[in-house]
Write a protein that binds this ligand. Sequence first.
Ligand code: ATP
Length: 319
Amino acid sequence: VKRIGILTSGGDSPGMNAAIRAVTRVGINAGLEVFGIYNGYKGMTEGYIEPLTRESVGEIVNRGGTILGSARLPEFKDLDVRQKAVKQLQKRGIEAVVVVGGDGSYRGALALTEMGVNCIGLPGTIDNDITCTDYTIGFQTALETVVECIDKLRDTSNSHHRCSIVEVMGNRCGDLALWSGIACGAEIIVTSETGFDEEEVLGRLRDLDLIKKKRHAIVVISEKITDVDQFAKKVSLNTGFAGRATTLGHIQRGGSPCPFDRLLASQMGEKAVDLLMQGIGGQCIAIRDNKIVAIPITEALGMPHESRKPLMNLFERLV
Ligand code: ATP
C-alpha cells in the first residue's frame, strides 16, 4: 500500500481532527501518501480529494469538528454510486481508506472493502452507540459539556423550586444520559433501557417534593423518548415543582476534544494505518477493557448493546 485516504462521515464529533492528524502523520512517517477525502462519501463520489501533509494537519489536535467536513449520502447504498467513488480513488492511486463515523459509515466501509478498497472504521460519534467499543471518539467530550450545562441548570433550579428536565443526545443509546445523570447527581434518569412510564416519574417527583423535601429536581432524559416541553407542563400541573425543559441540542457536539478523546483518536488512527499497511480491511477499531483492538465490521454491526444495569443500580443507590 502506497496511498491511503481518510474521511469523516455521519454526525461530527470532537476528536475527529485528532484522528485525521494521527492517520496522516503515522502514515507519512511510515512512507505513505495520505489523502483527505472531503465531506464523507459525498466527496469521495465527487472526487473532492486532496493530499494531506504533516503541516496541513498541524494545529488541529485541539479543535472540535472535522477539517474534512462531514456529510450524509444515502445513495451510497447503490452500487453504481459506489462504483463512481471507487473510480475516483483509482484515478489517484488510493488503495485503502480510513472511515471515521458511526454504524452507517461502517456499512459504507464494508461495502467498499467488498469492492476491493480496504477500509478500516474508527468510531466517531458522541452517542457512544457503537456497541463493539467501550467508548467512541467524542463521547467523553460531550459528557463534559453535558455535565457543565446540567451543573449550571442545577444552580438556577435550586433557587426556584424547579424541576429541570434535560434532554441529552444519544441516538437511542442512553449512555450520555446515564453517565451525566450520575456525574451531576440527577434525581431521575430516563433512557431507552429504563423505559419511560410518565405516571411513575410524576409520582417520584411528588415524593421528592413532599417526602424528601427536595428544593429542586433534575431529570435527565435521552432524546427521542418523549416531548420534553409537554412533559415539563405536566410536571408543573401534577407536582409541586415548576417544570422547565431544556434541550441541549447541538452544543453537545462542539468544543475542544478532552484529552481522553485526543488520545483515543490517536491510538485508533495508529492502529488503522498499521492494519491497512498489512493489507487488512473490513475491520473497525475499538477500545475494550482498555486495549485498542480490531474487530471485523460484519461482527461489530451485529453486536448487542451491553446492559447498563450495574450503573443504573449504582444510580438508584445514590438518590
Ligand atoms: P451517526 O452515528 O452520526 O448517525 P452514521 O455513520 O451512523 O453516523 P449515517 O447517516 O447512518 O451516519 O451513515 C453515514 C453515511 O454512510 C451515509 O450517508 C451513507 O453515505 C453511508 N452508508 C450508510 N449506510 C450504508 C450502507 N448500508 N451501505 C453503504 N453506505 C452506507
